[in-house]
Unconditional design. Structure first.
Lengths: 686, 247
């Protein structure tokens, strides 16, 4: 055929013995080729091609040879899901503000793009310059949940980096993970070089310092690094507080398979690695230059984190436990970040993020001031909060001044009073029904109620109480309008590390399915009461990877080899693949997921210190069995969970002098009709 | 006091991949960044009053996109349109603007024809241009030229001939010292839509590769030399001055 492009093969990936010159610091480096010319002609063949082009407003594209250290920041899911992530955004800004550092971004290519990349020899690439993953110094991956693990392996492989840490050399990047799932990185231990727990701002800069120093010593112009150079780098990283290098630790097991202890095997490394906590959020007023996508993402808004941490003490909630203590941003800082950010990005929605945004001690005035600022404009405000109380409705009324009162979301989490005492979600049925009454009487037309099944000690009557509560709320809804709706969103509980429920047995999917059908059956007669559920199978992989130890790692690798990617996407049912991988590698779900552990059993994350005392977590678990509730320690006495000693703060709240909130539990948010998929649920977290 | 402006803008480089669906929010955000008093529609989900006459297929380049913007308050066009242009992503630039007088005909009526450009990679240029020349003449001499358009929802047969006003292939030197074939065609905008892919289908008999890039050059009115651009009145020639481009 006339006019055929000769051969679109991408620039060859140099063998690992010839990559050093690309990674030298500053001007000594040879800039790796951009793959854009090869990618561009392929993009008309893939779904949503705009996710691969970069070039958005506020992108930072620095010259390769102007930086000493080069980071590739990655969210291991599609751009659509990962782009709004606050953690990546913040690290992108603070690294790029450093004269000596450069940070670009990468996301997981969807399967159609991956196939083309493999066919044409295009490695995993950055969006800014379409540079190959293998050329960066650090491949830094945030793991907000466990369902990105196979994508992480796939990106390494696609990026021409050896999957296993032991196979890497000075010619390869450091593979660093952070985010909530990094609080138990053991199932990924052989694949990562280091993990960081906790707030990323300070530790990222310290890691950057360590790498820059190391590069000057070992990788200056023309230098060839000695055989221990990579080992030296790992030791320097392990010396940074909060950095865990799995290669320097070894698990010891009892003959019956229980874990005895994970011990350090490298002199000088800490026996327990502490999490990092940024004590003053005011010093880290980001984002300032939020990237504005040119294609649809799951959250299209300018987002500001209004506080970090949560002390409500819901026993199932990993996020609430590991991000303690509470640190608030000042109202005036919030106001300024929002005004500057809206002007700079052009977004027409503002999200006030945190784990429970109605809990900010000055939220009333923050919401009022912002609502005043944007009254009569086309800028809308959103507050992801699911507290079950009237105040939350008032707050939503304020924020919805410019818009329509459509839907509110509340999270009672469990159906019966007893079950809510077990999980320490202190909200009574009367609270909930009163809140529903307030919502509908003030003109809201739809409420969504979030629940879980599969909670510890749960009986069928607790499950049926969910249906019962739904029916009662629906009766209230109908009083105020025939078209009003109530939706029950019910998910299966997955026990997570560093929580009082870390010892419990997870419900297998058949049991979750049975419980969901109890609810479905009970509400059948009520047409306008809807039930939305996640696929019960979804929790199987999440649960295994959440609490697994290093013996699970071969299964992760095997599942990836067998083709598992995008675990948790409805479009990609990977459970069967996983089951095959588990069978082949001898990983037993009954052992890892469906078994209750006892007090004396070592847990795979015991050597990783989230600040919470294991003894306190155990006590709280025992309290839960006697249905003993625990107050929020922001408002009541400290119960010594272990987090605060050693920090220069207690809970950092109440800047405006005194709490303006009714001190009552729980909340809401607008949003879409559909139950979010696991990747979406985690998308906006930091 | 609202004011309407019609603009011609480009969609090149990385922005070629922005879908028609996503374009609205890209424009709305750029307008907000430029702090221009764009008017909004009424209702609970107000939208900026920016309207596009039609959608360009994703991955096509263009220097011939148009839009009509309605402002709620008067703007200073020399300054404000330039500011808007620099607020848009790289690859999107505003080339021309025109204030719309009262009673002006609809924008779509000013865009009766499109000058399209099909650009091949720098291989086989002489032979390919020659072949396209012959096929184009045959096509213009025929009464009908049916092609099958493959779509996920089923195949459709369309006749490209009625839309064809003029067509010409030529060989162009590239910056790298090679030569490439460029085909320009003026197609009518009224009647059933005919795209460069349909034109390619009518020209090839399995012997001409797909072009490396399709580009919408400009829209306006067909004139003997090519196309008179709707907003500026300048004429884009059907046959490019090869020497001038190389210089
Ligand atoms: S209020 Fe929300 S974030 Fe806080 S502990 Fe409870 S579930 Fe977790």
């Amino acid at each position: 055929m006339l006019g055929t492009v000769p051969d679109r093969r991408a620039p060859a990936v140099p063998p690992r013995s010839r990559r050093l010159d690309h990674r030298r610091p500053g001007a000594a480096a040879v800039t790796p080729t951009s793959y854009w010319e090869t990618i561009d002609p392929l993009l008309s063949q893939v779904r949503k091609p705009a996710q691969y082009v970069g070039g958005e407003h506020n992108q930072v594209a620095s010259d390769w040879d102007a930086a000493d250290t080069r980071w590739l920041l990655c969210y291991p899911d599609t751009y659509e899901v990962g782009q709004p992530n606050q953690g990546i955004q913040i690290l992108y800004e603070i690294l790029n503000e450093r004269a000596t550092a450069l940070a670009e971004r990468a996301y997981a290519p969807w399967v159609d793009m991956e196939a083309l990349q493999r066919e044409h020899g295009i490695p995993a690439f950055s969006l800014e310059h379409h540079r190959p993953l293998w050329a960066f110094d650090v491949f830094a991956v945030t793991l907000p949940h466990e369902l990105g693990h196979t994508n992480l392996l796939n990106l390494l492989d696609l990026g021409s980096v050896p999957i296993r840490s032991a196979g890497r050399s000075v010619e390869d990047p450091i593979v660093l993970v952070g985010g909530h799932a990094a609080y138990n990185p053991e199932p990924l231990a052989p694949f990562i070089d280091a993990a960081v727990m906790g707030d990323g701002e300070e530790v990222t800069l310290e890691v950057d310092d360590a790498i820059r120093t190391w590069k000057r010593i070992h990788l200056g112009d023309g230098q060839s690094p000695g055989p221990d150079a990579r080992g030296d780098l790992l030791k320097r990283l392990a010396a940074v507080e909060g950095v865990y290098v799995p290669a320097f630790y070894e698990p010891r097991y009892y003959d019956d398979g229980r874990l005895r202890q994970t011990v350090s095997v490298e002199p000088g490394v800490p026996s327990r690695v502490p999490k990092r906590t940024v004590q003053d959020l005011e010093q880290w007023a980001y984002p300032r230059k939020q990237i504005v996508p040119m294609t649809e993402t799951v959250h299209e808004r300018f987002s500001v984190e209004i506080f970090r941490g949560c002390t409500r003490g819901c026993r199932f909630c990993q996020a609430g436990m590991i991000t303690r203590p509470v640190r608030e941003r000042r109202p005036e800082t919030i106001q300024k970040l929002v005004e500057d950010g809206v002007r700079d990005t052009g977004f027409n929605e503002v999200g006030l993020l945190s784990l429970s945004s109605a809990d900010h001690s000055a939220i009333g005035s923050v919401a009022r001031d912002l609502a005043d600022t944007y009254e009569g404009t086309t800028t809308s405000l959103s507050l992801p909060s699911t507290r079950v109380d009237a105040f939350n409705v008032t707050l939503s009324n304020e924020l919805a001044r410019n818009g329509r009162r459509t839907g509110l979301t509340f999270a009672p989490e469990a159906g019966s009073e007893r079950m809510r005492a077990v999980i320490n979600k202190m909200v009574s049925e009367a609270d909930l029904l009163r809140t529903a009454e307030t919502s509908f009487s003030e003109g809201w037309r739809h409420i969504k109620l979030y629940f879980m099944v599969g909670l510890p000690t749960e009986q069928d009557e607790d499950v049926l109480a969910i249906a019962d509560l739904g029916i009662k709320a629906y009766e209230i809804a109908r009083k105020y309008g025939k078209a009003n709706k109530v939706t029950l969103s019910v998910g299966g509980f997955v026990p997570k590390p560093h929580t009082p429920f870390q010892w419990v047995a997870q419900d297998p999917p058949e049991e979750i399915r049975r419980k969901l059908s109890l609810i479905r059956h009970a509400i059948k007669a009520h047409g306008g009461l809807k039930l939305r559920t996640n696929d019960p199978e979804e929790g199987v992989i999440e649960g295994l990877l959440a609490r697994g130890d290093r013996r699970v790692a071969p299964a992760v690798e095997r599942a990836w080899e067998l083709g598992a990617r995008f675990d948790g996407w409805h479009e990609m049912p990977t459970l069967e693949t996983w089951m095959q991988a588990l069978a082949e590698t001898g990983v037993d779900l009954d052992w890892f997921s469906y078994r209750e552990r006892d007090e004396n059993e070592a847990l795979p994350w015991d050597h990783l210190d989230s600040g919470l005392e294991k003894s306190w977590l155990w006590e709280d678990w025992q309290d839960s069995l006697t249905e003993k509730d625990l107050d929020d320690c922001r408002w009541s006495a400290c119960y010594d969970c272990g987090v605060c000693p050693g920090l220069s703060i207690d809970h950092d709240t109440g800047y405006t002098g005194g709490f303006q909130l009714p001190v009552l539990p729980q909340g809401l948010g607008g949003g879409s009709e559909d139950l979010p998929t696991a990747p979406e649920r985690y998308a906006s977290g930091s | 006091m609202s004011q309407r402006y019609r603009i011609r803008w480009t969609k090149e480089g990385r922005t070629r991949y922005i879908s028609a669906r996503d374009l609205t929010s890209v424009w709305e955000r750029a307008l907000r960044r430029a702090d221009l008093p764009i008017a909004y529609s009424e209702g609970f989900t107000p939208h900026a009053k920016v309207s596009f006459p039609d959608a360009l297929p994703v991955s096509y380049g263009s220097t011939g996109e148009y839009a009509e913007l309605t402002f709620a308050a008067p703007i200073t066009p020399e300054r404000d349109i330039a500011r808007l242009s620099s607020s848009l992503p790289d690859g999107m630039d505003i080339l021309t603007y025109l204030k719309v007088p009262d009673g002006a005909p609809k924008l779509a009526r000013m865009l009766r024809a499109t000058l399209w450009e099909l650009i091949w990679p720098p291989v086989d240029a002489t032979e390919l241009t020659e072949l396209l020349h012959r096929r184009s003449d045959e096509l213009m001499a025929s009464d009908a030229a049916e092609v099958i358009r493959h779509r996920p929802d089923g195949d459709r047969t369309i006749d490209v001939r009625p839309a064809m006003l003029a067509i010409a292939a030529s060989t162009h030197p590239t910056a790298g010292g090679d030569a490439r074939t460029v085909l320009r065609a003026v197609l009518r905008n009224d009647g059933p839509t005919v795209r460069p892919t349909d034109l390619h289908a009518a020209l090839t008999r399995g012997d001409i590769a797909e072009p490396a890039l399709n580009r919408r050059v400009a829209q306006g009115e067909h004139v003997p030399e090519g196309l008179r651009e709707a907003l500026s009145g300048t004429v884009d020639p059907l046959v490019l001055d090869v020497d001038a481009e190389a210089a």
